[in-house]
Design a protein around this ligand. Structure first.
Ligand code: NDP
Length: 247
């Protein structure tokens, strides 16, 4: 398989939220290698920003890495303004930015509920809504959900509720925006190997839960996003695609 899975996004203008690390970074690189011009955002300054900028420069194209916290409606307005100024229009939006925390439900503070729901769900609603004027005759929205949205998991009720909400948002938007040529889908990763620190015991348990006995790779999520973003998936909308190694 080639670096861009043999799929071309040449000339497409793309926004990926949360693209400096983990799955988002994999998505940004895959879409850039497929020929898209990509604008991505992050929340905190870190060495990941410069690293991604260098990687994008090596690929070539008109790419931009900007700071914008998608947990804030004002910052989302600014982010979409950056897309308008720097890219001119949008063909693809990938709502990837997400946060998670592990809290017993009985102790879950309302502030933490809002932080997780705002970043994982409300941001996807606002980014997609505010991107609408930048879409042309066709567009693809891909939301990064989670496999736990359908199976549930202890200590993550807020996260699970937000990700399940993302799937419902996707199904309704697919029907409402389909006549305008806008497709909306969800990619639901299982357990993906990122920099997140997990103990060897937890990793072994996660591996054992999968049919293929390994964690997923960020490129495997990115390739699925790339496919759904592309015209090859032109008849797929309102779907959730599980990429979970057969959990
Ligand atoms: P990481 O924590 O590794 O990276 C998250 C990225 O999103 C970073 O670039 C981060 O930027 C950015 N980000 C987080 N919050 C915001 C915000 N408020 N505004 C702007 N950018 C933000 O996450 P993963 O790669 O693990 O996860 C990516 C997506 O995949 C998430 O939606 C997650 O829920 C989902 N997912 C992940 C799984 C996994 O196993 N990793 C499994 C299932 C779903 P910064 O560096 O500035 O913080």
């Amino acid at each position: 398989m080639t670096a861009n899975a043999g799929i071309s996004l040449a000339g497409k203008k793309v926004l990926v939220t949360g693209g400096t690390r983990g799955i988002g970074r994999g998505v940004v690189l895959a879409l850039a290698r497929a020929g898209a011009d990509v604008l991505t955002c992050y929340r905190n300054e870190s060495e990941h920003v410069g690293t991604l900028e260098r990687e994008l420069k090596a690929i070539g194209g008109d790419h931009h890495v900007v700071r914008a916290d998608v947990g804030s409606p004002e910052e989302i307005d600014r982010l979409i303004g950056e897309c308008r100024t720097r890219l001119g229009r949008l063909d693809v939006v990938v709502n990837n930015a997400g946060v998670i925390s592990h809290v017993p439900f009985a102790d879950l503070p309302v502030e933490e509920w809002h932080r997780v729901v705002d970043t994982n769900l409300t941001a996807a609603y606002l980014v997609t809504q505010k991107a609408l004027p930048l879409f042309g005759e066709s567009a693809s929205v891909v939301n990064v959900g989670s496999r736990v949205a359908t199976v549930g998991i202890p200590l993550r009720a807020h996260y699970t509720a937000a990700k399940a909400g993302l799937a419902g948002l996707c199904r309704s938007l697919a029907k409402e925006l389909g006549p305008r040529g806008i497709r909306v889908n969800v990619v639901a990763p299982g357990v993906i190997a990122t920099e997140a620190e997990l103990s060897p015991e937890v990793l072994a348990r996660y591996r054992q839960m999968t049919a293929v006995r390994r964690l997923g790779r960020t490129e495997e999520i990115a390739n699925t996003v790339l496919f759904l973003a592309s015209d090859l998936a032109g008849y797929i909308t309102g779907e959730t695609v599980n990429v979970d190694g057969g959990i």
